[in-house]
Design a protein around this ligand. Structure first.
Ligand code: UD1
Length: 416
């Protein structure tokens, strides 16, 4: 297990270019399977999850080459329709390959993605929707086996606007016979990014970014070049790092239009935020103010992924803030660790009441999942003294070279 060792109390100030979005690049790489030729994906973040996705693609028989933040995938030679259990276990999001593989190969076999530290993460909505598209699915011995000689367009109503299920339906439906409508579709910006890439491949998709997506199946898709959108969660994490330490930061290559709910909360906490084009500048207040209640919701609501990093801010704010986690049932694992650093947080069921303290203090803590790990980094940067954060491998899943970006902005952080 790797560690970050952080000497707190140094302001995070400077400029950061925001990396490409992890939650957009993974489904887009899965979509490359649909083409008979090569696709060139730019602005891919250098992350372990992207390397694992490349391995999934190679396992399917695609030729994958990586340059500086560019991944080229030639799916012309695809010969396998199975994802090995080890990769499925390591990366739950590989489930999004299901729709793409079945569309390309007429069959797909993936192992059942197990639980994950933040909650159960069921896939019933994915399977119900794929069945509605005429795909025959059996679940045996921990594997999901899918077959369909022809995928048929259908009207699908999602009980919840699931991001993963919306992506899987889009991938399965773009080459289906006839028209597919997704009602109550997810509206996340990453869904728009996937939709735009599919359009660049020749797909006929309307309504992306709204809750009704209409897809007219195309006979064939071709490879395309595409640039991944900026990572809105990484951007908000760096803004939070500056806000927690009383610093001032400018993010470049960001997209403030995707970040409304998060910027709104930072402003409510007293930060001065200016957005010009793809640049966001945050200047911290003397002391952060508490926020009344933050409830995680599907987009355009407040994202579950930034709940924990913003809880680290609330832990230092003047007053009491309440967080309600509506998306995942086990996403408060950072609370015990923040408490070790002196935070005053009480959890009941899906709510956390955070009474802000004047100062956190360095401690030995453990990151148990990606965003909870980011929350500990923010707390450690602001804390008095030295913090050791174990479990860097979780943080590396979503943040490219986090220690280099933060060091360049004044953090005293090293990896061991
Ligand atoms: C979710 C987030 C997404 C985030 C990603 C990584 C939401 C709505 N989605 O996407 O923004 O980037 O995690 O952290 O915030 N569910 C079912 N059955 C299913 C699928 C989902 O019951 O078949 C439930 C889940 O248990 C959860 C909710 O729906 O409560 C959201 O799931 P979904 O959007 O599918 O999750 P991800 O695609 O992982």
């Amino acid at each position: 297990m790797g560690k970050f060792i952080i000497d707190g109390g140094h302001k995070i100030s400077g400029e950061i270019d925001v990396q490409g979005a992890k939650n957009a690049v993974l489904p887009i790489l899965a979509a490359t399977v649909l083409a008979d030729g090569a696709s060139e994906i730019h602005n891919c973040p250098s992350l372990r999850d992207v390397d694992k996705t490349d391995q999934v693609l190679e396992g399917l028989g695609c030729t994958v080459s990586r340059g500086d933040h560019t991944v080229t995938v030639d799916a012309g030679g695809i010969k396998c329709c199975r994802i090995c259990e080890e990769l499925m276990r390591e990366m739950r999001s590989s489930i999004v390959f299901l729709g793409a593989i079945i569309a390309r190969c007429k069959e797909a076999v993936v192992s059942m993605p197990g639980g994950c530290p933040i909650g159960l993460r069921p896939i019933d909505l994915h399977l119900k929707a794929l069945r509605a598209l005429g795909i025959d699915i059996s679940e045996e011995h921990g594997y999901i086996k899918c077959r369909a000689d022809r995928i048929k367009g259908a009207d699908i109503h999602l009980d919840f606007p699931s991001v993963g299920a919306t992506e899987n339906i889009m991938l399965a439906a773009v080459t289906a016979d006839g028209v597919t409508t997704i009602q109550n579709a997810a509206r996340e910006p990453e869904i728009i990014d996937l939709g735009l890439f599919l359009r660049a491949m020749g797909a006929d998709i309307r309504g992306i970014g709204t809750s009704v997506i209409t897809i007219k199946g195309a006979d064939k898709l071709h490879g395309a070049a595409y640039t991944i959108m900026p990572d809105r969660i990484v951007a908000a994490t760096y803004l939070a790092a500056a806000a927690a330490t009383g610093g001032s930061i400018t993010l470049k290559k960001a997209n403030p239009r995707d970040m409304g709910a998060m910027l709104h909360v930072l402003r409510e906490m007293g930060a001065d935020i200016r957005c010009v084009g793809d640049t966001i500048t945050l200047t911290s207040p003397e002391r952060l103010k508490s926020v009344h209640t933050i409830k995680t919701m599907p987009y355009p609501g407040f994202p579950t992924d930034i709940q924990s990093p913003f809880m680290a801010l609330a832990a230092l704010a003047d007053g009491t803030s309440v967080f309600v986690e509506n998306i995942f049932e086990n996403r408060f694992q950072h609370v015990d660790e923040l408490t070790r650093m002196g935070a005053d947080i009480k959890v009941t069921d899906r709510s956390a009441v955070v009474r802000g303290v004047k100062q956190l203090s360095g401690a030995n803590v453990v990151a148990r999942e990606l965003r909870g790990g980011a929350a500990l980094i923010i707390a450690a940067l602001a804390a008095n003294g030295t913090t050791t954060i174990n479990g860097t491998e979780f943080i590396d899943r979503g943040y490219e070279n986090i220690e280099s970006y933060l060091s360049a902005c004044g953090a005293v952080i090293r990896r061991e």
